[in-house]
Design a protein around this ligand. Structure first.
Ligand code: 28F
Length: 638
């Protein structure tokens, strides 16, 4: 079709997206691919937030496309002042800057539809069907270019009549842009579940045509209280202390919903959102909640006599010992800051939170004294444990809270961090082979006793704090948590790459998940700075009758290999790194020229280990649990 002048100007609008997709969807990996779906989903959620939609369906289709439908009002199709249908303008005009280039256009309601033009540009094909005014209006695009032939001033073609209203978008991601066009269904499921918790009157139905299972319905009328309950029941080893408390409030157009409960463990787990966006780096809503909660608990503790006038008050941490909380804020004009644009920067949200604390929370405690007393008792326990820590630190004298190694580290020769790598290898056998196979000029090996992490049902922290963590922290040389004269300082890191080399099996996955959660919880800067990697050892070694031996790294690659080699080749499945000899380990997993490494990003950690185990149960502050149980021994080696 001949594009006239007005099309050209609109067309140019999308060109930057295809030139630099990473600016708009973060990456062209499966994460960026899933992000396309989330952009479309967000538009339907915005229609829900506008109070006009209560059903959304998401389906991954057999032909690789994805379809999202909502029963909202339907994208407007009347002519826009540019002379084109509003839907066409929305789908072909690039709105305020890219999501990932510091200008954040995501808000609740009103601005919806802004992400769909990005999806359009990055899809080899996209079909829009709008049910509105009794008709189904149809539009279609290829790589952002309209293929439905209408002239300026004309309306979209109508392909049917309907009494329903809503929007249906089907898109085929562009394989020339994305490394893969296979959506990651699990990540989508957890996103839909999270969206359902944050929107209690919304029902989301998910169909994955590829797995032939029946549709899954995500509907969480309990809202974030249900979210807290699901987090609380995710670690069966940890018992619940209180029921789930739900409080809320609204002021100056800002709505705050908070739910929390207390568990028999240390540390807190606070998951926070603003306008359905996971504010992973926290922000003023989280800070406001922490400060407000501590103030209320201290006030009650004094009123009830738990704290004498001369006593110091509870610290914020004391009052949140074992807390699980979900904070969901809706804000008309949010500002996201931080390294990954997931920190809420608005200050006006603080006084709304304080108001909620001083009314809704106090009303609850006044009517549920038992719950309040349990929380105060947790705070008192925390103070007692802290005093034990003080005692231990003083009898440690001024000796730094040193993490001495356990003698298992095979150091490299160079002392230039920018060149050095450390392999944290699971299992002593693989550790030995790695020491032999490595390039000792730059590569250090630290074997960790993989199996011990899976030993019966001990909580991880008590195990890790004794052996593995001390050895890892000592080897990295950049300190640990704040406090104990050993503060984390990334500038002291001795390695540019920290490579977790674990088996590709379930145990290996568990080990690397635990190490990732440890790094994420106690040394997140290592992940933000991109220092953490996971070695991706091959799963198979294949040798055709005639032809050279090859390494196969995943089942998809094996399927492809079978397509070209039929079945006439020998195959060896690697169950663990320990099965390789030094030469193979070097070739497949350590040689920078041939190995495969996966650089760990923050969402890998979230995906891989499910936010729950990161901040809860398995990786609570290791020292506290250990000291709490061993405080009576004189020379506790913390
Ligand atoms: C499957 C994806 O995109 N749903 C959408 C609407 C509804 C309206 C709308 C969208 C430009 C910026 C106003 C309808 N009637 N699902 C979707 N549903 N966009 S996207 O308006 C976009 C205009 O805001 C809508 C009255 N007001 C708004």
């Amino acid at each position: 079709m001949a594009y006239n002048a007005s099309n050209i100007s609109v067309l140019e609008g999308l060109e930057p997206v295809r030139q630099r997709p990473g600016m708009y969807v973060g990456s062209t990996s499966v994460k960026g691919l899933n992000h396309l779906l989330y952009e479309i989903l967000d538009n339907s959620v915005d229609e829900h937030l506008a109070g006009c939609c209560d059903k959304i369906t998401v389906s991954l289709n057999k032909d690789g496309s994805a379809t999202v439908t909502d029963n909202g009002r339907g994208i407007p199709v009347d002519l826009h002042e540019k002379g084109w249908p509003a839907e066409r303008v929305i789908m072909t005009t690039l709105h305020a800057g890219g999501k990932f280039d510091n200008t954040n256009y995501k808000t609740a309601g009103g601005l919806h539809g802004v992400g769909s033009s990005v999806v359009n540009a990055l899809s080899q094909r996209m079909i829009i069907e709008v049910s509105r005014d009794g008709k189904i209006h149809y539009d279609e695009y290829e790589r952002g270019n309209p293929v439905v032939d209408i002239k300026e001033g004309e309306l979209l073609p109508v392909t049917g009549t309907t009494r329903a209203t809503g929007t249906k978008v089907t898109f085929w991601p562009d394989p020339t842009i994305f490394e893969t066009v296979t959506f990651k269904a699990d990540a989508i499921r957890s996103r839909l579940k999270e969206t359902a918790y944050l929107n209690p009157t919304l029902t989301i139905t998910f169909t994955n045509a590829r797995d032939g299972k029946k549709p899954e319905v995500f509907s969480e009328p309990e809202g974030i209280a249900g979210y807290v309950d699901s987090l609380a029941s995710s670690n069966p080893e940890i018992k619940r202390i209180t029921e789930t408390v739900a409080i809320s409030g609204c002021r100056d157009g800002i709505t705050v919903n908070i739910a929390f409960c207390f568990m028999q463990t240390f540390g807190d787990q606070i998951v926070s959102f603003c306008n359905n966006i996971n504010t992973m780096e926290g922000g003023n809503h989280v800070n406001g909640f922490k400060a407000g909660f501590a103030k209320v608990i201290n006030q009650y503790a004094r009123d009830l006599g738990n704290l004498k006038p001369k006593d110091a008050g509870f610290t914020g941490n004391d009052t949140r010992n074992g807390m699980i909380a979900v904070i969901s804020v809706s804000h008309p004009a949010p500002r996201f800051e931080g390294q990954t644009k997931t920190k809420l920067d608005n200050t006006d949200v603080q006084n709304v939170i304080t108001a909620v604390m001083n009314t809704s929370l106090q009303h609850y405690f006044d009517r549920n004294l038992e719950t309040l007393k349990k929380i105060i008792a947790r705070a008192e326990l925390s103070v007692k444990t802290r005093k034990e820590e003080e005692k231990i630190r003083t009898n440690l004298g001024d000796k730094k809270f040193a993490f001495e190694g356990n003698g298992k580290l095979a150091r490299q020769e160079s002392s230039d961090p920018s060149k050095c790598e450390i392999f944290i290898v699971e299992g002593n056998s693989a550790g030995g082979t790695a020491k032999t196979g490595r390039d000792r000029r730059y590569q250090a090996i630290l074997p960790i006793r993989g199996k011990i992490l899976n030993v019966e049902k001990q909580t991880v922290d008590r195990i890790l704090v004794n052996e593995e963590i001390k050895a890892i922290v000592a080897a990295l040389g950049c300190g640990f948590m704040q406090g104990y004269g050993n503060d984390f300082d990334i500038s002291k890191l001795k390695y540019s790459k920290i490579i977790i080399a674990a088996d590709a099996d379930v145990d290996g996955g568990h080990i690397s998940a635990l190490l990732l959660t440890f790094f994420f919880k106690f040394m997140p800067e290592l992940i933000y700075a991109g220092n953490v990697y996971r070695a991706m050892p091959p799963l198979y070694r294949v040798k055709p009758k005639r032809g050279k031996m090859e390494y196969i790294y995943d089942d998809k690659a094996l399927a492809d290999y079978r397509k070209t080699h039929g079945n006439n080749f020998d195959i060896q499945r690697y169950k663990g790194l320990g099965e390789m000899d030094a030469e193979q380990l070097w070739e497949t997993t350590m040689n920078p020229a041939t190995r495969k490494l996966k650089q760990i990003s923050i969402d890998d950690v979230v995906d891989a280990t499910n936010i729950t185990s990161i901040l809860m149960g398995e990786t609570v502050a290791p020292r506290r649990q250990y000291i709490e149980e061993n405080a009576d021994k004189a020379n506790v080696d913390v």
